[in-house]
Design a protein around this ligand. Structure first.
Ligand code: S3P
Length: 439
């Protein structure tokens, strides 16, 4: 195996069984929320384990633009990893310029919830990929609450212009999509409303917002797929610790699970059941893995152990999808390595992620010799064919780049993954880990 020194592409060759113990960088979803919720709090919060990534840095810069003081207390080789945030109890300043959300849907959508309740105007913009993604899903409920939101076209794409109001109204909102970003935006706006705001989603999405609010002593109540919040609450300032990101760990877990005689232990990783669906899916595929929760302080955190073996194809769909939505590219790679068919359904959302992940995965797997049938809401992968090296494109999508670096470890010949700069969006150090792991 080799990884080229050109930062814009990886050259990957097949790997023999490996033994490794590692930690992955901080959870992206939790890092975003930690900075925003600390900024909303009534005092000083220190955030340890912050993910030094391009996406999360956009959230820091956005909070600074709104008048929140954020100091960097520690840096590692990839950037700031420990922050001190001075909350302003939800009273922000109007930014002096449009706010750049980069590639980050979480920054744009959650921030919109906060801005809907601020008595000033803000423009949020993003890169090309973010500017294609639908913002009508947050604009619709936030308009019902009284905010004015303008974007481009029917899907209200970025740049979006938000005119917030102190007179934000509570609503009961039925979201057509299971999206933690939509749920969080509505709950954040609801924190400023006079009364009870509820969001119902078709399936339960990741619950980091509810957990972090609870930890900061803001009450939310969940009944089935409905979460409610009462307005007029201010988060209590407390220090926060971000666990490792299960979505980043997923790449190594699959790399080990499909290779007999490989052994892997990932420490200090978030094991929130609304996020760890990949572990259950892999177990159904026959993977030999154990998770062990060491502590539960707001979020369950622990380790995952994997003993490599052979995998078999499974069907994935329904309420399982939100629990593994970001892991579908690497699960599809596992499907190509498994015996039999893997069928993924009910995953329309993949079409509006950082790239159209259904077509990106199908195209790249085919280039490597797998048989894939694409559906509007998923795909069918016929596993068991020997993968061969090929040139594949990331399409500027970090999870596509990393999933196909792992596929390259299983292919005969060299795989070139093009456009790998985007990996820094969520996993600084992925390339170094790849080099070290495989030697
Ligand atoms: C996220 C929620 C998910 C996920 C994204 C991060 C979050 O998106 O895909 O990577 O931090 O809330 P949706 O809420 O759009 O499903």
């Amino acid at each position: 195996m080799s990884v080229s020194s050109d930062p814009s592409q990886y050259h990957v060759k097949s790997v023999s069984p490996f033994t490794a113990e590692l930690e992955v960088p901080g959870d992206k979803s939790i890092s975003h929320r930690a900075v925003m919720f600390a900024g909303l709090s009534n005092g000083v919060c220190e955030i340890d384990g912050f993910l030094p990534s391009a996406d999360c840095w956009c959230t820091v810069q956005a909070m600074r633009a709104l008048g929140v003081e954020v100091d960097v207390l520690e840096e590692n080789e990839f950037g700031p990893s420990k922050l001190r945030v001075r909350g302003n109890s939800g009273r922000f300043e109007a930014p002096s310029a449009p706010v750049d959300c980069g590639n980050s849907g979480t920054t744009m959508r959650l921030l919109s919830g906060i801005l809907a309740a601020q008595p000033f105007e803000t423009e949020l913009f993003g890169d090309e990929s973010l500017s294609r993604r639908p913002m009508d899903r947050i604009a619709k409920p936030l308009r019902l609450m009284g905010a004015e939101i303008e974007g481009r076209g029917d899907r209200c794409t970025a740049p979006i212009h938000i005119t917030g109001t102190r007179d934000i109204q509570p609503i009961s909102y039925e979201s057509p999509v299971a999206s933690a970003q939509v749920k969080s935006a509505v709950l954040l706006a609801g924190m400023f409303a006079n009364g009870k705001t509820s969001v119902t989603e078709p399936y339960l999405s990741r619950d980091h917002t509810e957990r972090m609010l609870k930890y900061l002593l803001v009450k939310t109540v969940r009944q089935g797929n409905t979460v409610s919040i009462w307005g007029g609450q201010t988060p209590e300032s407390r220090d926060l610790r971000v666990p490792g990101d299960i979505s980043s760990a997923a790449f190594w877990i699959v790399a080990a699970a499909a290779r007999p005689k490989s052994q892997l232990r990932v420490r200090n990783v978030g094991l929130n059941p609304t996020r760890s669906g990949i572990l259950q899916a892999l177990i159904r595929m026959g993977a030999r893995l154990n998770e062990c929760i060491d502590e539960e302080n707001g979020e369950p955190v622990g380790s995952v152990e994997v003993n490599g073996g052979t995998l078999r194809g499974i069907e994935i769909g329904g309420d399982e999808i939100p629990k593994l939505i970001d892991e579908i590219p690497i699960i599809a790679v596992a499907g190509a390595l498994a015996e039999g068919k893997t069928i993924i359904r009910d995953a329309h959302e993949l079409r509006v992620k950082e790239s159209d992940r259904i077509s990106a995965v199908a195209e790249n797997l085919r280039r490597m010799g797998a048989e894939v049938q694409e559906f509007a809401d998923g795909m069918e992968i016929t596993g068991g064919a020997k993968l061969h090296g090929a040139t594949v494109e990331s399409l500027g999508d970090h999870r596509i780049a990393m999933a196909f670096a792992i596929a390259g470890l299983y292919a005969e010949g060299e795989t070139i993954v093009k456009g790998t700069e985007c990996v820094s969006t969520s996993y600084p150090g992925f390339e170094q880990e790849l080099k070290q792991l495989i030697g």
